[in-house]
Ligand binder design. Structure first.
Ligand code: PLP
Length: 442
């Protein structure tokens, strides 16, 4: 039975490992609670003390097919027995070609797609930035406040989620401008998503392009169709549609950062498909290979005209990761994207149903199995309940439910896409208890 918590947390074995970690591992990692995993299967995780948890975090939205899906493990094993590495940048191997063919058939770009392979989300974004600059001959990039695109210095210049992520690392890459994202719960114009025309984008047209940067010097606008790290904020379709019009009018490339929202999580293979928008480049990572490192910049074939030597990565498109990705995509297409849509809708309903009972809940939003719950101290002022958010995450952990924070005061539900309705019900029940505990202590 999951969850099943038998020891105080952390248990003795977990505590011993955490104590060792404290002296030798970088203190820059954000560990919200003391989970030390031993093994996982499907949506459940066992820690080193034998405690069982229901996983609604999936290693930050990565284990798309569940922990150690047998088909993925088999593909990894078979490929490992053949060869582990041959550098796809200097030699050829079929799994990389097959994966590029497969990506070309699922990425929502018509008329041919080429893929560049790296190892992570941030490398996918670096490739997007370099390709956009190279293909347009323009130097500048526009990104959005609240956005997260990675931590290498180019991607970090786009990232505008939490100041701590940038503090002490400047100067960052120049030529980056930020605009407000469509956070409809906190719309500064007081509009509602149902009847707005993405007026927040006027800032780009009427302020940014007038006072700070000429549109003909902007290579790309990089957007998360659903902001992840920034708080699981769902942009309305008209925001992405108008962004497409704005970029097209000015010869600017539209880059969809689908590192977190992609690979079926939103209930469609890519979240931008909900808006019916065709981007020029798509950044992919996280869920694409079920947990093995892989990052992809998939672009309109005609854009990817850079010559040999222009960009490459020794490990990028590693054959074992490619093998895992091919099986992952197969499982997503067969049933997991559909499961994300149906079980996601059920989970969203269940979480929305808690709003009447818990005043702490300000907003529940999401698509598929990418759901955010924003906690506030007061529903009128929408004062952010950051401490309470952290307390709810911890209370859920103590009861055996793994969730993660996002933004200043939201909690994200990003489970493996194999989550069942019964598991979703368990998640809602435990979340309800955690909210009750924290609400009572206020
Ligand atoms: C939308 C988005 N882009 C890029 C990244 C960076 O990915 P990575 O941590 O694999 O470098 C992340 C990571 O959370 C992300 O959510």
């Amino acid at each position: 039975m999951v969850p099943n918590i038998k020891t105080p947390l952390p248990g003795p074995k977990a505590k011993a490992i955490i104590d060792r970690d404290q002296t030798v591992v970088s203190p820059s990692y954000t560990r919200g609670y003391p989970l030390v995993i031993e093994r996982g299967t499907g949506s459940s995780v066992q820690d080193v003390d034998g405690n069982l948890f229901l996983d609604c975090a999936a290693g930050i939205a990565v284990n798309s097919t569940g922990h150690s899906h047998p088909d993925v493990v088999r593909a990894i094993t078979e490929q490992s027995q053949k060869f582990l590495h041959m550098s796809g940048t200097d030699f050829y191997y079929e799994p990389q070609v097959r994966l590029a063919e497969e990506l070309a058939s699922i990425v929502p770009i018509r008329n041919g797609v080429r893929s560049f392979f790296g190892n992570s989300g941030t490398e996918a974004i670096e490739a997007c930035i370099k390709l956009a600059r190279y293909a347009t001959g323009r130097p500048n990039i526009v990104a959005f406040l609240g956005g997260f695109h990675g931590r290498t210095l180019g991607a970090l210049a786009l990232t505008a989620s939490k100041a701590i992520q940038r503090r002490g690392f400047g100067p960052l890459m120049s030529g980056v401008f930020h605009a407000p994202y469509a956070d409809c719960y906190r719309c500064p114009l007081g509009l509602r998503a149902e009847n707005c025309a993405a007026e927040c984008l006027d800032f780009i047209d009427h302020q940014l392009f007038v006072h700070l940067v000429s549109p003909d010097e902007v290579a790309a606008i990089v957007v998360e169709p659903i902001q992840g790290e920034g708080g699981y904020v769902v942009a309305p379709d008209q925001f992405l549609q108008r962004l497409r019009e704005l970029t097209q009018k000015n010869g600017i490339l539209l880059v969809a950062d689908e590192v977190q929202s992609g690979m079926g999580r939103s209930g469609k293979m890519f979240a931008i498909e909900h808006a019916g928008v065709e981007p020029d480049i798509v950044a992919i990572a996280k869920g694409v290979a079920s947990g093995l490192p892989l990052g992809v910049a998939a672009a309109r074939a005609d854009l990817m005209s850079w010559p040999p030597g222009a960009h490459a990565s020794t490990f990028g498109g590693n054959p074992v990761s490619c093998a895992a990705a091919l099986v992952t995509i197969g499982l997503l297409k067969q049933q997991l994207v559909a499961n994300a849509a149906t079980v996601g809708a059920h989970l969203l309903d269940g979480l929305k149903g808690l709003s009447d009972k818990h005043r702490l809940i300000g907003d529940v939003r999401g698509r598929g199995l990418m759901i955010g719950v924003e906690l506030v101290r007061d529903r009128t002022t929408k004062e952010r309940a950051t401490d309470e958010r952290d307390a709810v995450v911890t209370a859920a952990f103590r009861r055996g439910l793994l969730v993660l924070g996002a933004g200043k005061n939201a909690i994200r539900f990003s489970p493996p896409l194999v989550l069942t309705r019964a598991e979703a019900d368990t998640a809602v029940r435990i979340f309800d208890e955690a909210l009750t505990e924290v609400g009572a202590a206020r």
